[in-house]
Design a protein around this ligand. Sequence first.
Ligand code: IMP
Length: 198
Amino acid sequence: MSEPFVEVVDEATLQERVAQLGSEISADYEGTPPIVVGVLKGSLPFMTDLVKHLPFGVELDFLSLTRFGHHGRVSLAMDTSLSMDGRDVLIVEDIVDTGLTLTTLRRLMEVKGARDVRTVALLDKATRRIVDVPVEYRGFEVGDEFLLGYGLDWEGRFRNVRSLWGVMDLKTLADEPQLFAQKVFGEGALIRGVAAAR
Ligand code: IMP
């Protein structure tokens, strides 16, 4: 049987690309530090690593969204706290898929009076786009498989995995999530409610 879980980007490659994105962004924003807005919860590991490569005093802010159904409406669960009025805003996203989330976010920042809105997305599932939305900085273009780790979750879990994995068999993940936990955290790894099989 083929492997249900495949590492698609290892930790060193992720870190190298994040550093490159940091350099690109730093060059473009020279002199006008943006407000960096992270979209919770998926962007957290990426944002934490990225901002370490920005050599200016950025301000950080966060928001979180709730989505109803796969292609459904997106609503704001937690709003930003800083004033965006007249500011340059850099949205940090884990992954852009249909583009619906990002479209809503960009509009929101514009409504808040941002002077300029750009996006850095670690991953881009460009072939799945429903709405055309600009992504100024992107880490990797990926296929349409379900991805997990480095911020991306399955049922709220595994955001803390240090590299990026492709799930080739979603049924195996749903039936035996401990197999993935063992693969990434080692023998004996525990996940909520399930003890790893020995
Ligand atoms: P969009 O609105 O369809 O562009 O969806 C973007 C959001 O979908 C991301 O912020 C993720 O939360 C989620 N998402 C899309 N693809 C994946 C994936 O492969 N794994 C985990 N979450 C994903």
